[in-house]
Design a protein around this ligand. Sequence first.
Ligand code: NAD
Ligand code: UGA
Length: 458
Amino acid sequence: MSFEKTILCIGAGYVGGPTMAMIASQCPRCRVTVVDINPERIAAWNSDDLPIYEPGLDELVKAARGRNLFFSTDIERGIRENDIIFVSVNTPTKSFGLGAGMAADLQYWEKTARQILEFSESSKIVIEKSTLPVRTALAMERILNCRENGICFDILSNPEFLAEGTAVRDLEQPDRILIGSRETDCGLKARQTLVDIYANWVPKERILTSNIWSSELSKLVSNAFLAQRISSINAISALCEKAEADVAEVSRAVGMDSRIGPKFLNASIGFGGSCFKKDILNLVYLCRHYGLDEVADYWESVVTINTYQQERFIRNMLGAMFNTLAGKRICLWGFAFKANTGDTRESPAIFIARRLLEEQAEIVVSDPKALKNARTDLTGIAGRVHYVEDPSRAAEGCHAIALLTEWDLYRNLDFQKIFDGMAKPAFIFDGRNILDHRRCFDIGFNVYPVGKPPLTHF
Ligand code: NAD
Ligand code: UGA
């Protein structure tokens, strides 16, 4: 079969895999190949056990794989044979040198650009899918167009807005697709090629085009705004606990203002995930680089409140449990950074587990999808850690349950049975406010939600 367009994606991670599976599924006349330097990841994408858990992804991949969706480690061939190249490699926070702990580490990104330059035998459209500092496209252009051999590269910015756990739905029905390009004849032509791909399933009015810098920056700003809402409500949750107000009632009242809206106003143990913190720190670094210290301070405070909220959770536990956790057995319900994913990157659970171990508590970690990652995250941290998948069994003999991920399965357990099996007095710290607190209290638990008055028997 001959294909209308041949597409390559470099980077088979949480973004590259699902995004390309969606394009392959919606554009049967495109051949889509996903490559990665990690052979185990590629082997997993080619197996029945995909490397990431995402509702609906198995079906999507299985339907297209081998038809017009391929996973391979042959990067060189991929670059040679495809005209449109998405780059979706990781862009973590730099851990060394200038900007360590703040700036984006662009080494994987630049390495990819150099590989594209080395192996290309024809002109190509190169698309930034990874989240990058504003003006990265300029560096890309300089690297890719440094040879005078008639091959030219058009760079587009097409940031990804999917959220984990809802990736398939987000890809199928995106709020918007953003495509930034240079506003030259070549740039606009390349932009139209990508618009045409998305137009196979995304309504035209949802496909936004912009200049390339606006597109790069909009991705960082979207994540910063989302995270800012969470830090705003979490900051207010601390005040609610002092004032005997209920943060859920406050967020409902505030969110009903149509100018504010109800989403992303759930108080919690803080946001996790691989991107919010890294992208805000990247934004902060850029602002400082341009001498905008006040702007940098403003956005940095979103991260400061997030750390404060996690530490506050531990302090509340300590305060409630008579100022000592040493030797106590604490069960963690959930380790993933949010429900419906096995991803634990930057999960608040890592911070909380580490702090509990520092307090010399013994912990029992429970999660339906993230135990494998949890084991890796906690390797090398001193202390007694057990892993039990079943939440009721995990709580047996514990002094407290700390609910850290909002998995639905925690809502309807047999709380009477769980209470009976625990050490007394038994505590529940609901870091996501998803349990029926009154019911748990009536059974005998001392219940500590976030941003609400505790229900205690003392
Ligand atoms: P990831 O770590 O899951 O995947 C990146 C992949 O790139 C890895 O498999 C790695 O082996 C591969 N890679 C690195 N260098 C390579 C090279 N030179 N050649 C081939 N493969 C290479 O990362 P991710 O979560 O998919 O994120 C990718 C980008 O997308 C990041 O910039 C991130 O900020 C952004 N993003 C992520 C999400 C998300 O939900 N995870 C959402 C939107 C945007
Ligand atoms: C987030 C954005 O929502 C995506 O649009 C973006 O593409 C992605 O980051 C990215 O760039 O990586 P994700 O991190 O997968 O997606 O998950 P979110 O649903 O945004 O949740 C992030 C964190 O905030 C989670 O720990 C979640 O539990 C927490 N959260 C979310 C709250 O504490 N309260 C809320 O009201 C909402």
